[in-house]
Design a protein around this ligand. Structure first.
Ligand code: KG4
Ligand code: ZN
Length: 333
């Protein structure tokens, strides 16, 4: 039997989870609202909020799982990638706990954990599967041959899909994070009203910075003729922007399916909460002969349950680290 306590603190969510033999018993997430007024995550404020949240969040996760610190067999934590100050809080806490309890320490790659969130609940994909990971910091297509054998097949060369949503929303005057708001307004709009440039990037890589520029120039031009252009067309603008982002993502995913002949598709990351993307991916399941898996919403955005499940597979493989491990803002696979 294995009981893992997991800690996630890579960006602006402080989260702790407990899992027993790969079954999630608790997953507590504390969000940080302080960043809203700044239009994006302020790293130093995020680190300070993590320090305030981490003990109550870990306590709540243990309590919900009806576990005590002595019951734990190992401590897993997000080691990379992320904001370095935020990672330092979680990793220092995990290392201290490991030293105090004399329990092994497991370092987890945040992006691997997003992919393995698909292994938390049933029905689970079998191996190999493809995962489109779309978050505020990353956009990747990953081939997963086993829980610990993952290959990045393509990724963004500039902005992430979540950034494309958030930056477009900012251009429309919407508050941060704008992704969920674009989703909301898009539901009342026509996705084919406005056309924005799609990038021409080879292989399975992505680019979103050109889209942002194309929206900026388009809005500047239209506002010259009609000062109220954005408010008069908000729903259609949101629907058209969302449609363009989804098309960019889907084209590459379909290309990855045809290149690999792997017809099991998963999605992960905060943008997988987008209702248009979920519908489009589900449609691939019915029209494209693919089998589609989408994790529960709480396992899509940043959470410690995904760190716990990854920690579980690493525990089974005996992949532990020493107390000299350091967090890292960037990380290769
Ligand atoms: O995975 P996540 O919670 O944190 C990171 O690791 O980045 O992803 C956050 C991103 C933000 O850019 C947010 O705007 C986007 O996910 N997001 C959405 C939606 N919900 C969250 N984007 C579009 N539609 C949504 N419904
Ligand atoms: Zn994430």
């Amino acid at each position: 039997m294995s009981i893992i306590l997991a800690i996630e603190s890579s960006c602006d969510e402080t989260s702790a989870a407990v899992c027993r033999d790969g079954v999630i018993l608790s997953n507590i997430i504390a969000n940080q609202t302080i960043h809203e007024q700044y239009g994006g995550v302020v790293p130093e404020l995020a680190s300070r909020a993590h320090i305030q949240h981490i003990i109550p969040v870990v306590d709540a996760a243990l309590q919900k799982a009806a576990m005590q610190l002595n019951d734990i067999d190992a401590i897993a934590f997000t080691q990379a990638p992320g904001l370095i100050g935020s990672l330092l809080v979680g990793s220092s806490f995990a290392k201290s706990l490991s030293l105090a309890l004399n329990k092994p320490l497991i370092a987890v790659h945040h992006m691997q954990a997003h992919v393995l969130a698909n292994l938390i609940d049933d029905p689970k994909p079998s191996f190999p599967f493809l995962c489109l990971t779309v978050s505020g910091g990353h956009t990747q297509i990953v081939r997963c041959d086993s829980p610990l054998q993952l290959t990045v097949m393509g990724e963004t060369l500039d902005d992430a899909a979540g950034e494309a949503f958030d930056k477009s929303a900012k251009l429309l005057g919407l508050p941060y994070p704008g992704g969920p708001l674009i989703d909301k307004y898009a539901q009342q709009g026509n996705p084919l009203t406005f056309k924005f440039a799609e990038p021409n990037i080879p292989d399975l890589n992505f680019s979103f910075s050109g889209l942002k520029t194309s929206i900026l120039y388009f809005l500047q031009k239209e506002i010259k003729n009609d000062i109220h252009f954005i408010e008069n067309n908000l729903n259609d603008l949101c629907a058209s922007i969302q449609h363009t982002i989804i098309q960019i993502l889907l084209k590459k995913l379909v290309k990855a399916v045809s290149q690999t002949h792997i017809e099991q598709i998963c999605i992960a990351g905060g943008v997988s909460a987008n209702s248009g993307l979920r519908k489009a991916i589900q449609a691939l399941g019915t029209t494209g002969h693919c089998k589609v898996y989408i994790p529960k919403f709480e396992y899509c955005t940043d959470n410690a349950a995904m760190i716990a499940i990854t920690g579980y597979y690493k525990y089974m493989a005996g992949e532990f680290v020493g107390l000299d491990i350091s967090p890292s803002a960037r990380a290769a696979w």
